[in-house]
Design a binder for this molecule. Sequence first.
Ligand code: C5P
Length: 215
Amino acid sequence: MIVTIDGPAGSGKSTAAKGLADRLGFEFLDTGAMYRCVAWAVIEKQVDPTDETAVVRVSQQIQITFSDAHVLVNDKEVTGLIRTPEVTEVASVVAQYPGVREELVRLQRDAASGIDIVSEGRDQGTVVFPDAFCKFFLVADPQERARRRHEELQAEGKDVTVDEILEQIYQRDQRDEQRDVAPLKAADDALEINTSILTIDEVLDQLEQTVRERI
Ligand code: C5P
């Protein structure tokens, strides 16, 4: 059984997908982390992110491994390294390239083969798992998304203003929504949930109830 959760940056989908997987006893797949791994390797190898051919080659050469809460690229632990603002920015650039997406979509389908999984990203319900038995699309007001991200960054001791974050979120959404391949959008059969005014437990209750009604 495959459950997909898509949505823009900061809509709360990672927390929701992890929590739902826990409640259902399903595996959890963070596909954004895969694009981040490619971005990290591109930066590490000093490849120009706008050089599509070189970036696609990097995506084909690296080995991405998820082990419990850890992410490895060619056996190097990158769990924290793929969360920097630089990697975040480059991830949404490399995610525009069809060759990179082809490679990662293949890995995502392999990862989900034969298991029950909650898979989270931008194109999980539309492109990667169009036959998923339950699809969600999470949205939240930009101000609220920026406020949440600001809170997270402050907790990590990073000094960025809400307005700067709002601008970054806007840029990233634009790139994700307007790219030619697998743009960010809700699948026709996805249930849309606005998380702005809900607590995480309320979001999880709604997701879990919807899935259980369909099992
Ligand atoms: O979800 P996260 O913020 O970690 O994703 C990082 C970037 O990876 C996104 O901005 C998006 O450009 C890209 N992405 C994607 N397709 C996915 C998951 C993430 O294009 N399924």
